[in-house]
Design a protein. Structure first.
Length: 162
């Protein structure tokens, strides 16, 4: 089973800090993460920004189009590029067929507000596992997750060409 997870942080730079911590720890393996992205909503900004994090991705990465679709449909942000829009409209229409349920999208949409950020990952290892491995104390990110079956993951690979 594959997990699509988001660790939501109470600060706009929390997700970027988490990526730096993950990459700085040579003992932490991230080879079970297929792909990752960060989502950041700076206080005072009109909308959040996203960035694919290829430094956390494997050769099985789904790519920019996947993250543009997930983030665009979840947050109601215009999709990045006409090609992605074409894929979204022609091939999937929504994310529920390939296994990304509305509950995940709604919880992520509700969690990402100005001044917050999230690290999103898809793979056998979740963003929650990566981020919280060395964390102690009461300040921990909020997890948002959904499971994706092997069949649904195959459908995502078919749509996004990996």
């Amino acid at each position: 089973m594959t997990a699509l997870t988001a660790c939501v942080f109470d600060t706009a730079d929390g997700a970027d800090d988490a990526v730096r911590r993950i990459l700085a720890d040579p003992d932490r393996t991230h080879d079970l993460v297929d792909d990752a992205a960060t989502l950041r909503w700076d206080a005072g900004a009109a909308r959040p920004t996203s960035e694919r994090r290829p430094e956390l991705a494997s050769e099985n990465a789904l790519g920019d189009g996947f993250w543009a679709l997930v983030i665009g449909l979840t947050l109601g942000v215009p999709l990045l590029g006409a090609a992605v829009g074409g894929v979204a409209g022609a091939r999937s229409g929504s994310l529920t067929e390939p296994g990304i349920d509305e509950m995940f999208m709604n919880r992520l949409r509700d969690a990402i507000t100005p001044g917050r950020s999230a690290l999103l990952a898809i793979g056998a290892r979740s963003a929650w596992d990566l981020v919280t491995a060395d964390m102690t104390g009461p300040v921990r990110p909020d997890p948002v997750a959904t499971e994706i079956s092997d069949r649904q993951l195959a459908r995502l690979r078919e749509v996004f060409g990996t």
